[in-house]
Write a protein of this length. Structure first.
Lengths: 117, 114
């Protein structure tokens, strides 16, 4: 059981380039999300999805796009990379989300460390 | 607006001592309070969690204490070991509106000295 798999582990981009961070989970979780982690800032939610075909914005969505065509995959796209997007990105999924019940245990991937020069 | 405030930012404890990390929240709608543990180069992992209907939850050496009236909760690590050295995040979510995820504190970098 692989859990949540993120690729790549490291990436260096130049300002203005675009790229896609991949996330896949094999636990049949309906809920998936992307966080960014910056020193002293904790984890901030970028986008999330409660099922295939459904996505929504989190706290810091600007500069990022997502799509959810399958239950397993939830890619994060950086459209025009900027130095402010230098961060560690985590994908997370959860089995425990039902409308009206709130979100519980999150399973995190091991992260993608992104540097934008 | 920071809805979950965590302190201290960093903490050094001697092996065998008690590590204490505190969190305070503002939104009274929060009703689930987990703690996540993160080792370098890894993603966070759920350590222990509590709901406000109890004041304390213990799992092994880890205990959450919860004070609903003060809107505060804390993590206690008894008999702290070097292997406990990690970053700890408190978090909160609310029933009926949790699709936007957990609200995390900013984290505490814990070092256990041998």
């Amino acid at each position: 059981n692989a859990g949540v798999t993120q690729t790549p582990k490291f990436q260096v981009l130049k300002t203005g380039q675009s790229m896609t961070l991949q996330c896949a989970q094999d636990m049949n979780h309906e809920y998936m999300s992307w966080y960014r982690q910056d020193p002293g800032m904790g984890l901030r939610l970028i986008h999330y999805s409660v099922g295939a075909g459904i996505t929504d914005q989190g706290e810091v969505p600007n500069g990022y796009n997502v799509s959810r065509s399958t239950t397993e995959d939830f890619p994060l796209r950086l459209l025009l990379a900027a130095p402010s997007q230098t961060s560690v990105y985590f994908c997370a999924s959860s089995y425990s989300f039902l409308p009206g019940q709130g979100l519980e245990k999150l399973f995190f991937g091991s992260g993608t460390q992104l540097s934008v020069l | 607006q920071q809805q979950v405030k965590q302190s201290p930012q960093s903490l050094i404890v001697q092996k065998g001592g008690i590590s204490i990390i505190n969190c305070a929240y503002e939104n009274t709608a929060f009703d689930y309070f987990p703690w996540y543990q993160q080792f370098p180069g890894k993603g966070p992992a759920l350590l222990i969690a509590i709901r406000p209907d109890v004041s304390e939850k213990k799992e092994g050496r880890f205990t959450i204490s919860f004070n609903k009236s003060a809107k505060q909760f804390s993590l206690h690590i008894m008999d702290s070991q070097p292997g406990d050295s990690a970053t700890y995040f408190c978090a909160a979510s609310k029933r009926g509106g949790g699709a936007d995820g957990l609200t995390f504190g900013k984290g505490t970098h814990l070092i256990i000295q041998p």
